[in-house]
Design a protein around this ligand. Structure first.
Ligand SMILES: [Zn+2]
Length: 182
C-alpha cells in the first residue's frame, strides 16, 4: 500500500484521519472518524474521478465492526496513526478486490516504450531533439520504416509505423459497410 499523505486532526467531538493512497493510476482516500458518539464513527473509502473531479464512494466498514477505537477524542494519544491503521488496511483490501491489478514493475518501461509514448521526436539514447531522417520511408507489407539519426550522439534507428486506416479516400466511401458478397 503506497500512502501519499495522511492528516489526523482532532475536531470538537471526534478525531478524523484522512489517508491518500496511490494504487497505480488510481487515487484513493480513506476517511476514518472516531467520534464521541459511537454510532457516528465511520470508515469510508473513496476513489478520485479525474473525469468529474470528485471523490466517489467505494467501500465502508460499519461502525460496529471498526477496529479503530471509538471516542479517541477522550484519550491522550488519540491522534496517533496506529489507531487507524487496521481499518485503512481493511478498506484497501476492499479496493484491491474492486480494482484491476496494477502493473507493478516500473522498470519494465523500455527506451523504445518511452520513445513511443512521447511520440518520438527525441533521441532514445541521449534524449536530445536534433534528429535527421531519410527523405523516403520504406513500406514493407503493412509496416513502414523510416531511418532516423541523432546529430548529437550518432545513434540511429528506424521509426516503425503500422497500417492503421485509410485517410483522404477518393471515389469511394471508406466508412461504408462491407457488402455480403465481398
Ligand atoms: Zn542521441
Amino acid at each position: 500500500m503506497e500512502i501519499i499523505h495522511q492528516t489526523i486532526a482532532a475536531l470538537s467531538q471526534s478525531v478524523k484521519a484522512e489517508t491518500l493512497i496511490a494504487h497505480g493510476d488510481h487515487r484513493l482516500r480513506a476517511v476514518i472518524v472516531s467520534h464521541a458518539n459511537n454510532h457516528q464513527c465511520s470508515a469510508r473509502l473513496e476513489i478520485w474521478s479525474p473525469e468529474s473531479l470528485t471523490w466517489n464512494f467505494m467501500a465502508e466498514i460499519p461502525f460496529a465492526v471498526m477496529e479503530t477505537p471509538h471516542q479517541l477524542i477522550y484519550t491522550d494519544d488519540g491522534e496517533e496513526p496506529h489507531h487507524f491503521q487496521a481499518d485503512i488496511e481493511r478498506l484497501y483490501e476492499k479496493a484491491l478486490f474492486l480494482l484491476p491489478p496494477v502493473e507493478t514493475s516500473k522498470d519494465a518501461v523500455t527506451l523504445e516504450g518511452a520513445y513511443v509514448r512521447k511520440g518520438g521526436g527525441h533521441c532514445p539514447k541521449c534524449k536530445k531533439g536534433n534528429l535527421s531522417s531519410e527523405d523516403h520511408p520504406e513500406v514493407v507489407g503493412t509496416e513502414v520504416f523510416h531511418q532516423v539519426m541523432c546529430q548529437d550522439c550518432g545513434a540511429h534507428w528506424e521509426d516503425k509505423y503500422v497500417l492503421a486506416g485509410i485517410s483522404s479516400p477518393m471515389g469511394f466511401d471508406a466508412k461504408a459497410p462491407v457488402s455480403s458478397d465481398q
